[in-house]
Design a binder for this molecule. Structure first.
Ligand SMILES: C[S@@+](CC[C@H](N)C(=O)[O-])C[C@H]1O[C@@H](n2cnc3c(N)ncnc32)[C@H](O)[C@@H]1O
Length: 204
């Protein structure tokens, strides 16, 4: 896991490529995840906001999307785009790999899209910390096979590798599906705290 932050020019050229809308349709992702008005979403490693802005339109004025990135340039770009598009429910957030300045359990959904191979475990811990109990962590990633676009295959994580890496952070896999021809999606839940032993009635 070794990805540095992206510059604005690199990000716009790669992440805003028009063909992405067909192969990684963000509305299809959010529809399958069941995002709804009023939800709070944290997009960790938001880049240019490819998944964040569609989320903001779906959660509406009673919801909120935090578009988080370690790149100052990209956080500025996200703010410019939010202002221009009047996305008042989208808040760009500058983070570090070890800390995302958002309160615990604020989110119904946290998203890691095309970032897991490049972020340290501390960022995954932060993505889980931000989830309310019962909230979902969604991981979108490139299939570990040769594709006409995308990062080198050797940098990618297979679905099994991603599932095992994320499960070790205290979330449980509840769903998986394909997003277009090149991506898989894994959906995890942050378990609700189990009942205290004192509340259980002894069978004896
Ligand atoms: C491959 S891009 C993906 C952007 C977006 N998720 C998408 O799919 O369009 C990776 C992004 O993650 C950011 N990034 C890298 N390491 C990060 C970290 N530890 N925490 C948050 N963002 C990070 C980069 O600056 C870059 O914008």
């Amino acid at each position: 896991m070794h990805e540095a932050s992206w510059t604005r020019d690199d990000a716009v050229a790669t992440l805003d490529a028009p063909e992405r809308r067909a192969s990684q349709d963000p509305f299809r992702l959010w529809s399958r995840v069941g995002l709804k008005p009023g939800d709070t979403v944290v997009d960790v490693g938001a880049g240019t906001g490819f998944f964040s802005f569609p989320a903001a339109s779906l959660v509406g004025p009673t919801g909120r999307v935090y578009a988080v990135d370690v790149s100052e340039e990209l956080v500025e770009l996200l703010q410019e785009r939010a202002n221009r598009g009047k996305a008042e429910n989208l808040t760009p957030v500058l983070s570090t790999p070890a800390h995302i300045p958002i309160e615990d359990a604020a989110a119904d959904v946290t998203l890691l899209a095309n970032v897991l191979h490049g972020i340290p475990p501390s960022t995954v811990d932060e993505a889980v910390r931000l989830l309310r109990p019962g909230g979902r962590l969604v991981n979108v990633d490139w299939k570990k096979v040769a594709t006409p676009e995308g990062p080198p295959v050797r940098h990618r994580l297979s679905m099994e590798e991603a599932s095992s890496a994320l499960s070790s952070h205290g979330v449980s896999l509840i769903d998986s599906f394909d997003l277009g021809p090149y991506h898989y999606v894994l959906v995890f839940v942050r378990p609700k705290p189990s009942r205290l032993p004192g509340h259980l009635v002894s069978a004896e």
